[in-house]
Design a protein. Sequence first.
Length: 677
Amino acid sequence: MLCFQVCGINAHVKDGKLVKVEGMAENPMNQGTMCPRGLNITNYVYSPERIKYPMKKENGKWVRISWDDALDTIAGKLKEYKQEYGARSVAFSVGSMGAEDIEISAFAQRLRGAYGTPNFFSIEAHCFRSRIMGRLLTFGAYPLEDPDNAELLILWGHNPDQSEPAIASKINKQLEKGLKLIVIDPRKIPIAKKGDYYRIKPGTDCALALGIINVLITEGIYNKEFVVKYTLGFDKLVEHVREYTPEKVAEITEIAADDIRKIARIFAGAKATTIMQGIASLDQQINGLQTSRALAMLMSLTGNYAIPGAWVNNPRMRLTNLMVSKDYEDDPIGMEEYPLFWKLWGKASPYGRQMDLPDVILSEKPYPVKALITTGGNPALSWPDSNKVKQALKKLDMLVVMDLFMTETAELADIVLPACSFLESYRLAYNYALVAGISYAMLNKKVIEPIGESWQNWKFYSELGRRLGYEGYFPWNSDEEVVEELLKPSGMTFKQLNEEHPEGMFYGSRIYDINEKGQINTPSGKIELYSETLAEAGFDPMPVYKEPTQSVEVNPELAKEYPLTLITGARMVQYSNYQMKNIPEIRQLAPNPEVDIHPDTAAALGVVDNEQIQLETRNGQILSRIKITEDIGPGVVSIPHGWVGKSAANILTENKPADPITGYPELKVIACRIRKI
Ligand code: SF4
């Protein structure tokens, strides 16, 4: 399990050593396929760069210590901080792998609960939760795409070939069988050649969605029966979108008015359409949450909800909740400014806004944060404004990092702890059913012994908890006991998954009935085109398009200095975000960080293919190589995220909140320039 796709893998072991892996044909997610990362698991697991034992930093040098020493030191400090500054002065964070790996997430949250700090963070303050909220606010549920049964697929800022290889392989098979495709993206991604492609100006997706809604309504081609029966606020929406005529939207988005009409008509004419939005491409904009709302409205107006091939709900697996419920002395950091992000309809998210953590650490306002314990993530690289994040991490009194490798964050730590890879312990392999809507779980088996002195994450949190006096919260002593505990409410058992169903089991199926309980779960009991919740909280109850703050229209002075538009965050199939850059067998597949630019832009700058340049924003500069391609529009440049050192994309980004509801930053429309070096 190297990413959130949680593919099924057959691992072959000889004399206790992993020798080969292959995709598991029976697994409904990957159906036998594997991406380049998965195919290189042996190189990853046996990398000589693995952290093999606990270490502490002494006079700037790493010194090997025992697990007992490490745990005693950490526990001693945590007791001191709690005594002197209160439990809130210690923060826990998990990265993408931590949020997706149920064991890391559950145990980190259990310990922070026992300890009593409200400050638990994941990447959700700048990735993914925004779209969940957009759909929740509209349906009261979080429906997922069902491309397997769709007649039309709209990939909106989404490039599954790079970001979701297992899903991409299914989509590509469906395309061969006649699935129709529309791609809306500033970049003409390869899959766009298999359908209709529309190049959109970065950051204008919300306007396009409103323009399509305008056409559906003015041409009367929406699903009237569905709208009357299930939605709330249609009359207000009619008035609201009147101004978003195709002509006006064409000026904003640079997609021709007739093309906007064409998209709407194809959409309305298809029997079942599913929109797949990018992993974070639409979220990390000033209109982020409202764009997700606008897409939810499109699906509603066309009746594409709770039917095969549309957006459908699927049951989540019932698992033991290991969170310790208690009243914390404070709300998590950042919640005062973005209350809906934290608590919607009385239900609180377990996460604070890590976006605000660097400023809190640096300013010690509203209170000092002295320590951070982080697992399954690399904040120094993956949180916006890397330089500020690093400065904040350096200021901490204690930074503890548990990881497989010496990441940029681990380099800054006081104590690093070696983590097992997923092949070195039994775990529950489950992606919260948030990917592809497949209600499926399997046992991730231990196939080799842990490398060096690496530990499972649950063991670290449990041992630390015991040293802090919370042994009652951590009664488990083996992988098997942990998995068994998690599985209790599910009806499955460790033995069943281990012996009878090693290929995994379905625990439910997609719900194709809008009248079934929980399909529309808003306060009004209707699909809320107009959101009273947003209105009461002081936000626009229906999406209003706003120009990106660094666009030439809003900030012409900035554009004089930084005339190009930068999109960050493109995924690379060779890497799982920042992970695996240090594996030579993978690195040779994509050795250099590259910046995509149009031939006209390259000509104007006098740069050539593969030339090393400096890419600059008002926040910083990085090194990259030029890749000239017609697939991107003139004046727009795109870089992937996850490169390290002087090429790390987040050196260029700012951690300023932009979306007024979620506080998400703008990472898709950044004024930049390219300098020859
Ligand atoms: S890294 Fe590749 S093979 Fe592994 S889970 Fe992700 S998509 Fe599947």
